[in-house]
Design a binder for this molecule. Structure first.
Ligand SMILES: [Zn+2]
Ligand SMILES: [Zn+2]
Length: 104
């Protein structure tokens, strides 16, 4: 069933990859803390209500994995461009296609 709330609150696309920000942020923290524990401290998942449920923890969610990853990516890129590349390799929720125009 696809209702209006199945769409991401930020990009308005239907959420096809339902992993919530909390679950994603846990994996992101693991990756980032390997090289930059100081940056990892600032990565947190946010809870946005929606009709879609996370495939991992079953929490309702309203922000798609792509938008959340993009926010964190931008934060990392400001601080560590090498780590940002590794981040995209690992969390590739259409990030690469959207960033293709960047001198990246
Ligand atoms: Zn989105
Ligand atoms: Zn989750």
């Amino acid at each position: 069933m696809v209702g209006i709330n199945s769409c991401c609150i930020e990009c308005n696309h239907i959420i096809t990859n339902p992993i919530c920000a909390s679950c994603l942020s846990e994996e992101m923290v693991l990756l980032v803390s390997e090289t930059r524990p100081d940056l990892a401290q600032n990565i947190r998942g946010f809870h946005f209500d929606g009709d879609v449920h996370c495939i991992k923890c079953n929490e309702s969610m309203g922000l798609c994995a792509h938008c959340f990853s993009k926010d964190i990516y931008e934060y990392i890129k400001e601080n560590d461009s090498v780590l940002a590349k590794e981040f995209v390799n690992r969390f590739d929720f259409d990030l690469r296609r959207n960033l293709a125009r960047d001198a990246f």
